[in-house]
Design a protein around this ligand. Sequence first.
Ligand SMILES: Nc1ncnc2c1ncn2[C@@H]1O[C@H](COP(=O)(O)OP(=O)(O)OP(=O)(O)O)[C@@H](O)[C@H]1O
Ligand SMILES: [Mg+2]
Length: 348
Amino acid sequence: MNAIETKNLTKIYANNFKAVNSLNLEIPKGSIFGMLGPNGAGKTTTIKMLTCLIQPTSGTATVGGYDVSKNPDEVRNLLGMVPQQVSLYKDLTVMENSQLCADYYGVAPDERDSRIEDLMELVDIRYAKDKRVGQLSGGQKQKASLVASLVHRPDILFLDEPTIGLDPTTKRTLWDLIRELNDNGHTIILCSHDMHEVDMLCDYVGIINTGNLVAYDTPQGLKDSLLESNRQDITEALTHISDENEVSTSTKEDLENLSLKKMSVLLKNQNDDIVEAIRQSDDVKSIEIARNGRINLRVDSFDDMAVQNVLNDIISSGGIITSIYTEEPSLEDVFIKSTSEVSEDDRA
Ligand SMILES: Nc1ncnc2c1ncn2[C@@H]1O[C@H](COP(=O)(O)OP(=O)(O)OP(=O)(O)O)[C@@H](O)[C@H]1O
Ligand SMILES: [Mg+2]
């Protein structure tokens, strides 16, 4: 079952700008869904329609089975929202803002304050509970906003760039909280520009560009399809090249980079002989010694044995490996590829 479904959802603002363009999106119940997209892609506009803050121009959207245009009250009762711009009352305290939210959603009076205090404790803002929101720092406001949005334990939680401005410790606390809420059955929609955050937390990722959904899959699925599309680009380019006599060195390098995986090794006993042996390894396509002593290599991404072979070559030349990592295509690579083909007209 889907927590959210949109059909041809479209938003044209009063100035005639089409911010969301016939969006079809399904978000399974109980999942963590990551919404990615460049600045101005239409993410916040989509979230505003799904949370009944603005009306769609055309198309439909259901949240928890309720239509956002026909049953906005039912939709509002199901959801919690941490907006991109904190929207609490500046002249009220953190506590008063949360109490207002709790009362709005009908949280039982005898539970209200203890729930709020527990949430404050969780995100570490209890020390500022009697401060006015207008006097808080950016990160403190973000935390206050979280408490207020979670107090009625919403089934579906929208988080629009919630970790921006949070210190690393608080960020991790919020990630843990997101996972915990999800384990308890809550559906989470997370807008973020932090690829690591999305990759780590989300079950599914949708990439939105100029109001359209341009990619939708699991994070791993998106990365795999990038590798596959690179493989196709290479095959296509090689066919093209074989038709031509002259091929520039830079074209060759670009092509090679598409198919190469980064590998980085640190040795306990690095010396010229070992480095030379690695350079001679059949599977090593390029080698570079970094200032921190790491040996950075490139090997063929499509050869399952390449990493194993290079390691064998290092070990048989006497190298003692203290650290190794390889770098597959990242969600950031997928993002850049999926959002790179946009004309200036579409963005204006
Ligand atoms: N009230 C408005 N009136 C007219 N145009 C608007 C309005 N709000 C947003 N837009 C335009 O709609 C487009 C999408 O904006 P939106 O805020 O949804 O982007 P976003 O994907 O959330 O971007 P960001 O990553 O920067 O938060 C932008 O081009 C923006 O200028
Ligand atoms: Mg936004």
